[in-house]
Design a protein around this ligand. Structure first.
Ligand SMILES: [Zn+2]
Length: 277
């Protein structure tokens, strides 16, 4: 698998003009570079705008219904008492911006075992806001994927396919984000099994979305999870700032916590958007 993925990965970096275009910084400049978020001009990082697609974690983020206990942090050391500051924390594996590992739904691979090259890849962004405004239960169709490819070209192996539904505009309002009806059924858009199968056939390594789940909210049995995770893909859920990505050209970095045996976990997600995109 690594050999198959390596070529598009290298190609993606090449299109960013990675080859020594950025000036090398001396040690004194490093602090300044870390403090300023964009644009990236650090040696070894593709030139472009860095987008942080991650929500900060606290105990008040929209959660899955029934997940009442989500995140807790406790101070275990204070400067006054201990001479330094430290906390402990507890959280769910599936909360906030997070990654689903294949083992979440019958896949073999746990979070710490996912092939690391799959965490880097070209971002394909399919914008279905128009469809989602008209129908909160919208599921990505194979026709919509075909339309995207007609406009932007065939989805390449190693891609991470992100569905932009517009749901992020509801964050962090839990009621609006879940959008539950009187029976408690949620209504937000998602992938369909058919579209997921097309994306898998293209060689996508991950699917991502700006809602609570890659399955649409009204799903009773997580049908897309049952298809893509056992096949070895991962999911990114509750993504932020998809509005700052072009349909093609952004390079994604998805860095989950390396949690041994995890079914998923908090994930820091970045996109690098090349200049002019
Ligand atoms: Zn999840």
């Amino acid at each position: 698998m690594r050999r198959i993925i390596a070529a598009p990965l290298l190609a993606a970096f090449a299109t960013f003009g990675l080859a020594m275009a950025a000036p090398r910084q001396n040690h004194g400049d490093r602090k300044k570079a870390i403090a300023s978020p964009a644009p990236s001009r650090t040696a070894g990082i593709p030139a472009g705008r860095i987008v942080d697609m991650t929500y900060a974690i606290n105990g008040n983020l929209p959660s899955w219904p029934g997940d009442d206990r989500t995140f807790e942090a406790q101070v275990v050391a204070t400067p006054a008492k201990d001479g330094y500051f430290a906390r402990s924390f507890w959280t769910l594996e599936h909360y906030g911006t997070h990654m689903d590992a294949p083992s979440h739904f019958q896949g073999e691979t746990t979070l710490d075992q996912i092939e690391v090259s799959h965490f880097f890849g070209p971002a394909v962004v399919i914008d279905v806001r128009d469809e989602a405004v008209k129908n909160a239960d919208y599921r990505l169709t194979t026709d919509r994927v075909a339309k995207w490819e007609a406009m932007h070209g065939r989805i390449q192996p190693g891609s991470i396919v992100l569905l932009r539904t517009g749901w992020a505009s509801r964050w962090p309002n839990q009621a609006r984000y879940r959008n539950q009806d009187s029976k408690g059924v949620m209504h937000f858009p998602g992938f369909s099994v058919e579209s997921a199968k097309v994306l898998m056939a293209r060689g996508a390594v991950g699917l991502g979305i700006d809602t609570l789940s890659i399955d649409y909210g009204a799903s009773a049995n997580f049908e897309v999870h049952h298809v893509d995770l056992p096949a070895g893909l991962y999911n990114l859920e509750n993504l932020a700032h998809l509005d700052q990505l072009p349909a093609t050209g952004a390079f994604l970095i998805a860095a989950p916590i390396k949690l041994e045996g995890g079914s998923g976990g908090p994930c820091r997600v970045f996109a690098i958007v090349p200049d002019g995109k």
